[in-house]
Ligand binder design. Structure first.
Ligand code: ADP
Length: 540
């Protein structure tokens, strides 16, 4: 009895020991899984996650080595990223296994755990060199993330080893934890890489870039902005733009552009007389959501220091102006000399008189050319434009009155389609007048006698249209795209019609300086319509 009691007692104690051993093991396993889980949720560092996972595996299963390989889908291979307990180094020059080959290939492809006791057999290995490692037992466990296999956890022993179902269950749990961690880490790495690439791009930009959130708080500035405005990123981030230590003119310009909301606003600011900045303010939108709504996320401002461009432009204008002036004087001296000669020399032969007349005409053309060049340079520089509120009817009347004699003389009819009430535009009267007269003068020059010239003005879609239409020869489509280029003249037109090819270039520059655009509609044999379009909501 005693004996049997002792025996039973022993057995009970033994059972108890086994049980507590079992419980201890279970607790260890759970702790291991928990450790990995905790690391997964805390660390975005790939290396830390891999090391923790390997520690956990070796802590809970009595094997001597383990490794983690990741699937690289683009390269079509499994790449060894970390290992513990191997005799040879297969990590520094990482072991790569083509997807679908060897046992790990099978594990990835079939998404199943592969257990083998015979790894020394080279025929089982996708990478034959691994045979020298002399592993006797191996379990390959696929790691999952977002429903696909992202890698393999390989657990090995250099002595024969039998993996129990229970161990495989624990390994599966760890493997999937690691899978999610890897996925997070690689997403994070990619994001970090993208953001540092973006940062590098932003910082290497020669333009200053400032971004704000929806509330106008500065969320980003690049290196050029720091340098240009003497700002420091760590001090300025989070500051409302209205408090930013920027030049008041620039700050006000930016805030005005932001109030205008949608789209892009382009403007130029002159700081301290001689410092020119060109600014583009754009509203930034979050990627469209499912309901396709675009939600504004803030603003980005690109600020370019254009001082050197303005200086160069000014130098060019000055040069052309000086050259033209220098040419102008001798030109007018020669012109008046020839005119006097023609008037005073009574006994000139008709032939000589005609020669002198030809000379006079040529000099006039040269004078026109010089004037046009000067005008073009001037308007393109945008320097010295005087903006006032322009009564559009008044503008059209001035042009029509001045061109009327020439139109009459050419035997053309003038039709006006200009409503009494028209919104005013903001612009430089002299230049707008010149642009309109250029269009009228072309219509006059190119339309044969008996033709009709129509001047129209109207409002459409928040834009003011001024059009000059004629019943002239029209312009072939291939030439229409080039009409507004400097010195371009339509080939095969009547060469007797004099011109420099600068008139329409001037029109385009004037209109663009006013924030508008030009267009032409024309059909050969029917006539042409040239239009100038001005935005009515243009910033003043
Ligand atoms: P130009 O001094 O030669 O008239 P523009 O720049 O004003 O220079 O015009 C460029 C060319 O466009 C002209 O040479 C002519 O070939 C063509 N063109 C301009 N206006 C008209 C028009 N109303 N009808 C036909 N052709 C025109």
């Amino acid at each position: 009895m005693n004996n049997s009691f002792d025996y039973n007692m022993d057995s009970l104690l033994y059972q108890n020991r086994l049980l507590s051993e079992e419980i201890r093991r279970r607790v260890e396993q759970l702790a291991a899984i928990n450790t990995v889980a905790a690391t997964v949720s805390q660390s975005l560092d790939l290396e830390v996650t891999l090391e923790t996972a390997l520690d956990a595996v070796l802590g809970v299963i009595r094997v001597d080595s383990a490794g983690i390989s990741l699937v690289n889908e683009e390269a079509g291979e499994l790449v060894l990223r970390a290992q513990r307990g191997w005799r040879y180094d297969f990590v520094s020059e990482p072991m790569r296994i083509p997807l679908g080959q060897g046992m790990s290939g099978v594990a990835v492809r079939n998404d199943e755990v592969v257990i083998t006791g015979d790894v020394a057999d080279e025929s089982n290995l996708a990478v034959p060199e691994f045979a020298r490692e002399g592993v006797q037992a191996m379990a390959l466990i696929p790691m999952h993330a977002r429903g696909r296999v992202v890698g393999i956890l390989s657990v090995m022993n250099h002595e024969p080893y039998e993996f129990t179902d229970e161990e495989i269950t624990v390994l599966r749990a760890i493997a999937d934890q690691v899978g999610v961690a890897l996925d997070n880490a690689s997403l994070y790495e990619r994001m970090k890489e993208q953001s540092s690439r973006l940062e590098a791009v932003l910082d290497s930009s020669g333009d200053a870039i400032i971004a704000t959130d929806n509330y106008g708080n500065i969320s980003l500035i690049n290196a050029t902005a720091e340098k240009l405005f003497g700002l420091r990123e760590e001090e300025i981030i989070g500051t409302p733009l209205r408090n930013a230590p920027l030049h008041p003119k620039l700050r006000e310009g930016l805030r005005r552009a932001m109030r205008e909301g949608e789209g892009h606003t382009v403007f130029e600011v002159t700081l301290n007389e001689s410092h020119f900045l060109s600014v583009i303010v754009s509203q930034v939108y979050a990627p469209p959501s499912l309901d396709r709504k675009r939600t504004p996320e803030g603003w980005v401002m690109v600020i370019q220091d254009v001082t050197h461009l303005r200086e160069a432009e000014q130098a060019r204008v000055n040069f052309t102006r000086a050259a033209a002036h220098d040419l102008r004087n001798p030109l007018s001296v020669t012109l008046s000399a020839l005119t006097m000669l023609k008037r005073d020399l009574a006994d000139l032969s008709a032939e000589n008189r005609e020669l002198i007349e030809l000379g006079i005409q040529a000099l006039h053309r040269m004078q026109d050319l010089i004037d046009s060049l000067l005008n073009l340079e001037h308007i393109q520089s945008g320097v010295g434009l005087r903006y006032t509120e322009i009564d559009v009817r008044d503008l059209i009347e001035r042009g029509v009155v001045d061109m009327h004699p020439a139109i009459q003389e050419a035997g053309q009819t003038l039709v006006l389609q200009v409503p009494k009430e028209l919104p005013s535009i903001y612009g430089d009267m002299q230049w707008l007048y010149r642009a309109l007269v250029n269009l009228l003068s072309n219509a006059n020059k190119y339309t044969p006698s008996g033709g009709e010239i129509t001047v129209r003005a109207y409002v459409q879609d928040e834009e003011l249209y001024i059009e000059v239409a004629d019943t002239g020869p029209g312009i072939p489509p291939e030439a229409q795209t080039r009409l507004f280029e400097r010195f371009y003249r339509v080939p095969h037109q009547d060469r007797a019609i004099r011109g420099s090819g600068l008139g329409l270039a001037i029109v385009k520059s004037v209109v663009e300086q006013h924030g508008g655009r030009v267009f032409v509609q024309s059909k050969v044999g029917q006539g042409s319509t040239f239009g100038m379009v001005f935005p009515l909501s243009a910033p003043k």
